[in-house]
Design a protein around this ligand. Sequence first.
Ligand SMILES: [Zn+2]
Length: 108
Amino acid sequence: MDCKEFNGLIQDFLHDRLDEMKLSEFLSHIEECEDCRDELRIQYLIYEGLERLEAGATFDVDKDLADYMQLQRKRLSSRQGIKMTAIASEIITTAAFVIVLFVVLFYQ
Ligand SMILES: [Zn+2]
């Protein structure tokens, strides 16, 4: 992902609208690109900050953004965990089917 694409996805990231693939690319880009980190920080400040201030709540952009990123990372790893579980259970089902087939065909 390049910086231009990253910038186009910031709003989707903040609204939690990125799919797994994009979210993963988004999070790895931000680890290595300082410009985009700054850009995200500014947009987060505008998006989340205004809302919080209107609600009269406190807002600490650096801490809250770090928390939000942590949340997104967790979400990503739990999504991947779910997918792994699905694949594993599919393998087990297929293996069980093959064993049953084998037994039926050869032990009659
Ligand atoms: Zn960048």
